[in-house]
Design a protein around this ligand. Structure first.
Ligand SMILES: [Zn+2]
Length: 292
């Protein structure tokens, strides 16, 4: 599932494509996408984008936010296209003569002939257009937790969000209201880098451990971005290329292989229906009440 680094790679790809010409057409498949009240078909409003001029491309957590100006001459007339890649969603910039692949659900045509295509075989992705306030002041964006790559992010931010949670650390990190953009891969990697057992109750971490975990998260996310994202199965960037971070993962997907730090075989686990990996030695679960 695309996490922050994968969505950031897509964002950078759209920025690099330098699309400046207005939207001339919107085609949407008849199939429903993501379920949930924020994603109902009537809220998609993709038709309002026709005539709008593409502007900056932002990201918040795992969400892509493409700003467009409804009127090129007015600054305050901003629209936003919200894209959630879900489990298997992809965004590509295509030429009109390129074959439209199966599972294409959105084609935005621009005046220079190029197209933004959203392809999503499993249909857990989501699309919505609206004004700035319709997108930013409402869920899912409004309730997102702090952005881990923001300058203000650190141990105290994480401790404030999760310090009282009794949930397993890995599961707590996946809560988008506590910290935005983290999924299973980067949570597992960060727990390893911080030397913390992924199933330790979050409330048992001392301030020094929160700082170490925050640093480990930032390192894992930045490495993922530098590698163009992690492709385990579906993820592609806007030019159709796979990411390279799967080769750089330290423990995720490597159960049975030697720990990169101590060579003890890494152990797989399943908790709350999600798999994970850890090192019994480097990420031991201490008996003490607080883990420093
Ligand atoms: Zn180890």
């Amino acid at each position: 599932m695309p996490e922050l680094p994968e969505v950031e790679s897509v964002r950078r790809g759209i920025v690099r494509a330098r699309i400046r010409e207005p939207v001339t057409s919107v085609w949407r498949s008849k199939l429903p996408l993501r379920v949930g009240k924020h994603w109902q078909r009537k809220h998609e409003q993709l038709g309002i984008l026709v005539g709008a001029v593409p502007g900056k491309v932002r990201r918040r957590g795992k969400y892509l936010l493409w700003h467009l100006h409804a009127d090129a001459n007015a600054d305050d007339d901003e629209l936003v296209l919200l894209i959630h890649l879900g489990m298997s969603g992809r965004c590509g910039i295509a030429q009109p003569d390129q074959t439209r692949v199966a599972h294409t659900h959105l084609v935005l045509g621009f005046a220079d002939g190029r197209q933004l295509r959203f392809v999503d075989p499993r249909r857990f992705g989501g699309l919505r257009a609206g004004t700035l306030s319709e997108i930013y002041d409402r869920d899912p964006i409004a309730s997102l937790g702090p952005e881990p790559l923001a300058r203000s992010f650190g141990g105290p931010t994480l401790e404030h969000s999760l310090g009282r949670s009794r949930r397993a650390l890995r599961d707590a990190l996946l809560d988008q209201r506590a910290v935005a953009g983290i999924g299973n891969i980067y949570a597992i990697e960060a727990c390893f880098d911080a030397g913390l057992h992924p199933l330790l109750p979050a409330c048992r971490l001392a301030p020094s451990a929160w700082q170490r975990l925050a640093d480990a998260l930032v390192t894992a996310l930045r490495r993922g971005i530098a590698n163009g994202g992690t492709t385990l199965k579906d993820f592609r960037n806007v030019t159709g290329k796979v990411g390279r971070n799967q080769d750089d993962l330290r423990v995720y997907g490597r159960a049975g292989q030697p720990c990169p730090l101590c060579t003890t075989p890494l152990v797989a686990f399943v908790h709350q229906g999600r798999s994970g990996v850890f090192c019994r030695r480097c990420q031991a679960k201490p008996r003490t009440r607080r883990v420093a």
